[in-house]
Design a protein around this ligand. Structure first.
Ligand SMILES: [Zn+2]
Length: 265
């Protein structure tokens, strides 16, 4: 299913293969002028393409290569000749067949590999100008788009919640903290995340998230210095793994979150 709502001149397009937008099973793309930011999941690619029939989309920017952000790329390129843009580190992931966990196949579906082009420093449409901000941490190729004159920040999966308790294996929380600080310093007036609701006046939310993640990191490092293993640290801070960990075959787990603070790179 698909539902569109307006926020100033931005259209939020929520997509899910299920009949309601339950957390962790839907994702949003954003349409501004002729620019679509992310293209969502494979199971709703046709629905999205139909919705965009009269919208004259010229460009699709993927915030990162994950399958719930790129999976209508091929269809939008084929049907509307959309130009596909992503960070240089995303290109080789977008044009290769994806390897997915069974739950990802169920919830999102497989993207058709497509050839995207490397995005530059900015993207312009008829009425707006977007700066490309490299924001690694959730994934190495992650970017945000900033429309400075309106203070709109399209944040992909950089921000999910103020108190994350799970992470994917490839995440690096120290990088996420640095990226959150980078976007906070841009003084956005509105945050447009892929996984959740639009946030007006997001500075306090960003500050709260940064504080939480820094405090958590210091706690993890201290326990690690005291000789605790990642599993012991996870048990002490979060207790047992959540249902989300079970549902995602441990792809999103608290243990991954702990480990993501202990990475050396
Ligand atoms: Zn992601």
């Amino acid at each position: 299913m698909l539902a569109a709502t307006e926020y100033e001149q931005v259209t939020q397009i929520k997509m899910s293969r299920y009949p309601e937008f339950r957390p962790a099973t839907y994702v949003s793309a954003y349409l501004v002028d002729s620019l679509l930011i992310d293209s969502g999941l494979a199971h709703t690619a046709e629905e999205l393409a139909d919705f965009l029939k009269d919208k004259a989309v010229k460009t699709v920017v993927n915030t990162h290569y994950h399958e719930d952000h790129i999976s209508a790329n091929a269809l939008l390129k084929e049907r509307y000749g959309a130009e596909l843009l992503a960070h240089p580190l995303a290109i080789n992931r977008i044009n290769q067949p994806a390897t997915l966990y069974p739950y990802q196949e169920e919830v999102w579906g497989y993207p058709i590999p497509t050839q995207a082009k490397k995005i530059g420093d900015s993207v312009s449409t008829q009425h707006f100008h977007f700066e490309v901000i490299h924001t690694p941490g959730h994934s190495p190729d992650h970017i945000c788009l900033l429309e400075k004159s309106h203070g709109w920040l399209f944040s992909g999966d950089l921000f999910t919640t103020t108190h994350p308790n799970v992470a994917r294996p490839e995440e690096n929380q120290w990088q996420i903290i640095a990226s959150l600080k980078k976007v906070k310093d841009l003084m956005p007036q509105a945050l447009f995340p892929a996984p959740g609701r639009i946030i007006s006046e997001p500075i306090a939310t960003l500050e709260q998230t940064i504080q939480y993640l820094e405090d958590l990191g210091h706690r993890v490092m201290e326990l690690s210095d005291n000789g605790l293993s990642p599993v012991e640290i996870r048990q002490q801070i979060f207790g047992d793994e959540s249902l989300l960990a079970e549902f995602t075959q441990q792809q999103f787990s608290s243990e991954n979150l702990v480990k993501s603070y202990l990475k050396k790179e």
